[in-house]
Design a binder for this molecule. Structure first.
Ligand code: ZN
Length: 312
């Protein structure tokens, strides 16, 4: 009889010992593998998610700054808060006027940036000789002679617009506040010197340039909110070339290069002590537009702006 025999109990003890050894080993293998799989999965998730910077525990100072905390979406129907810069420089507003309604065919707007300068009286003399009105986007020169030239520009019936006070790209385009600080100075200088409240402007380097990529949208929105109209150009004479003076014949060629295709021309030139060939080329440029049947006019807030295409 096997059951109950000594051999049976020996075998029972052996099986019992075997189970005591095998069960923990099996459990270790099974759960170990599962654990490994879970860890592998976790590692995969971590690779896909951005790294998390761990905050040291128990340091309340390490809490994120208020600006970094997620903003709550404003409730429906609530007014969004106005940016603080809107309340800066409360005088810095353009006079009321109809905006951008004048869009005359075959009109040319001659514009002179960076003045006033020793060239201003020469330019004024040529414009008067041809009975042409133009636009001067001036910078912040406070000496008496420069102020006199500003008044001469206005007295002759040309438009005095703001270019900037400092013409310092690296300063004015850093923020909307920096731009407004500069523009408030040139606005006040023009107003106090000539009695004219400026309403149009031209950005140094144009409205989109190598310096204002991150800021131009906000700066433009704020200028427009304050009633100002800004003008770029669609004809460049090339007189600002840094390689030295450009020959008058070349300036004339550039100025008239699009005369047969443009319905309106805004011509970029410079009123600057160094740019003597601009003055030399001016009569031929005026005659070229006259021959093509163009009418000359100064830019005003009423003129439909000529503005660069915005990049995507
Ligand atoms: Zn300029």
């Amino acid at each position: 009889m096997y059951f109950g025999s000594v051999r049976f109990f020996k075998h029972l003890i052996l099986v019992g010992l075997g189970l005591m050894v095998m069960v923990p080993i099996t459990l270790c293998v099974v759960f170990g593998a599962e654990n490994y799989a879970l860890r592998a999965q976790a590692a995969e998730v971590e690779r896909k998610s951005p790294p998390v910077v761990s905050q040291p525990a128990h340091t309340p100072e390490a809490a994120p700054a208020p600006s970094e905390q997620p903003k709550e979406a404003p409730a429906l129907g609530m007014e969004p808060e106005a940016p603080a810069y809107q309340s800066l420089y409360p005088e810095l507003y353009a006079p009321e006027a109809a905006r951008g309604m004048v869009d005359e065919e075959k009109t040319v707007y001659l514009t002179f940036d960076d003045g006033p300068s020793v060239q201003t009286p020469k330019i004024l003399e040529i414009l008067e000789r041809y009975d042409v009105k133009a636009t001067f986007f001036v910078v912040g020169r406070e000496d008496e002679q420069s102020k006199e030239w500003m008044r001469d520009i206005v007295a002759a019936g040309h438009t005095l617009g703001m270019h900037s006070y400092s013409h310092d790209y690296e300063k004015i385009y850093t923020s909307t506040e920096a731009f407004l600080e500069d523009y408030d100075r040139i606005f006040t200088l023009i107003k106090d010197t000539t009695g004219v409240v400026p309403s149009i402007c031209r950005f140094p380097g144009g409205s989109i340039n190598g310096y204002d990529g991150p800021t131009y949208r906000e700066i433009i929105a704020e200028l427009v909110r304050r009633g100002f109209v800004y003008f770029d150009w669609n004809v460049a004479t090339g007189d600002a070339a840094e390689t030295g003076l450009v020959k008058p014949a070349k300036l004339e060629e550039n100025a008239l290069s699009r005369v047969s295709s443009l319905r309106r021309a805004v011509v970029l030139m410079h009123d600057s002590a160094a740019k003597s060939t601009t003055v030399e080329a001016l009569p031929a440029i005026i005659e070229g537009y006259q021959d093509a049947g163009f009418t000359f006019a100064p830019l005003t807030a009423e003129v439909a702006p000529v503005i660069y295409m915005y990049p995507d």
